[in-house]
Design a protein around this ligand. Structure first.
Ligand SMILES: [Zn+2]
Ligand SMILES: [Zn+2]
Length: 400
């Protein structure tokens, strides 16, 4: 079959693969085809089970706490409500979207589109439904929220007797099943099942930026017949958009680190916690693995994303032919790890509803949390808006 590599743009022929095999792009080493551990039936089974569990996860008690004679319960969405009542806007809206709304929407759409495919139906809107599910997979962050829950739970447990509620157990199972579903989904295989590619294309062609279908170059600007995305040989204005988003990310990175992520109120006194002092607190509590985890997700990954994207932009401007494969590999890493920076912000949404004892003890989000969440979102959008193929175009002295 003929494929267009989404990372370097090379159009190449890939023979049918045996089981447990990987076909790498001959130019940039991008895994173009992978047969090991991929199965549509398994993906559908995991997605269905995760969808059936994510609904009770939202309705049943998430965490239960009893202290100083007060017994309380929190739901998965309680943190969103607490942050909203504290007067924050961006923080509860984005956390509610990433942790509550989008996981349900993503799993529902995925079960729906894979189920229809499994039944052998091929309605014309199936490609668009799967495209939406595929786009949502990046923003549906049940897995990241699960790690945030583990960190939040570990932070609260020394002070409060907290128990996981039945909703939390459903959520843990749903998040693991979603990860298994990701691991065994063969995206290209699903796209081929939705509409098989033509055996060969006459003349010059372009590769759809969403489903990688090859289309005649004359179709640029029209809708992809398979996934319904607007066809263009390269993403729209990748350099201008990415530069604007990365600049905004750099600007917000400073308030994100200077202002407190959370303010701890203890017996009427307010103790602010920035990202760094939060890590210091974890070290003092001998929670080394969590301290290392927060250091990587809150400090290393955002810096890596901002620096790496700046490097890509600069190398395109300089038409640099150096380290193209390294840059392509790094781009794939950024795409994979970017969403994990949300762990620390999600942690606040987990423990804030539990620590509500008025002047005796409470946790309130700080300005740093909004700034940090915006850095994460801006760098994720920047990574998506950048088109790695322009690095190859620039190295070859502009597109042919
Ligand atoms: Zn490639
Ligand atoms: Zn397409």
């Amino acid at each position: 079959m003929i494929l267009g590599c989404p990372d370097c743009g090379t159009i190449q022929s890939v023979p049918p693969l045996p089981s447990r095999a990987v076909a790498l792009c001959r130019v940039c080493d991008n895994p173009l085809e992978q047969t090991a551990g991929r199965s549509l039936d398994a993906a559908l089974a995991f997605a269905t089970a995760a969808f059936l569990l994510i609904i009770p996860a939202n309705l049943l008690p998430f965490l239960e706490v009893s202290a100083i004679g007060i017994t309380g319960q929190s739901l998965l969405s309680s943190g969103v409500g607490v942050l909203w009542r504290e007067g924050w806007l961006v923080l509860p809206v984005l956390i509610g979207a990433f942790a509550v709304v989008l996981p349900v929407a993503y799993l529902g759409l995925l079960v729906f589109s894979l189920g229809i495919l499994r039944l052998g139906w091929r309605p014309p809107w199936l490609g668009a439904a799967y495209r939406w599910a595929s786009n949502l997979s990046l923003w549906a962050m049940a897995d990241v929220f699960l790690v945030g829950t583990a960190v939040g739970y570990s932070r609260v447990i020394p002070y409060l007797p907290v128990r996981l509620g039945s909703g939390a157990w459903c959520f843990i199972a749903a998040a693991f099943l979603t990860m298994l579903c990701h691991a065994c989904t063969d995206e290209r295989g699903v796209w081929r099942a939705i509409a098989p590619p033509p055996p060969r294309l006459p003349g010059p062609c372009l590769s759809c930026t969403t489903c990688c279908a090859l289309q005649p170059i004359a179709a640029e600007g029209h809708r992809c017949p398979r996934c319904g995305a607007r066809l263009s040989s390269r993403k729209q204005d990748p350099l201008v958009r990415t530069t604007a988003l990365v600049s905004a990310g750099f600007l917000l990175y400073f308030p994100a680190n200077i202002y407190p992520m959370a303010n701890q109120i203890q017996l009427g006194q307010t103790v602010p916690h920035t990202i760094l002092s939060g890590i210091e607190q974890l070290v003092k509590a001998h929670l080394w693995p969590l301290a290392i985890l927060i250091f990587f997700t809150s400090i290393s990954i955002p810096v890596l994303k901002l620096v790496a994207l700046s490097w890509f932009l600069l190398s395109v401007r300089r038409k640099s032919p150096h380290r193209l494969r390294t840059r392509a590999r790094l781009y794939r890493v950024l795409h994979l790890i970017g969403r994990w920076s949300n762990v620390d912000v999600f942690t606040i949404a987990v423990y804030a509803p539990l620590m509500q004892f008025g002047q005796l003890g409470a946790v309130r989000a700080g300005l740093g949390a909004t700034a940090f969440l915006l850095v994460v979102v801006l760098t994720m959008v920047a990574t998506r808006s950048f088109d790695p193929r322009v690095m190859w175009d620039a190295a070859q002295g502009g597109r042919q």
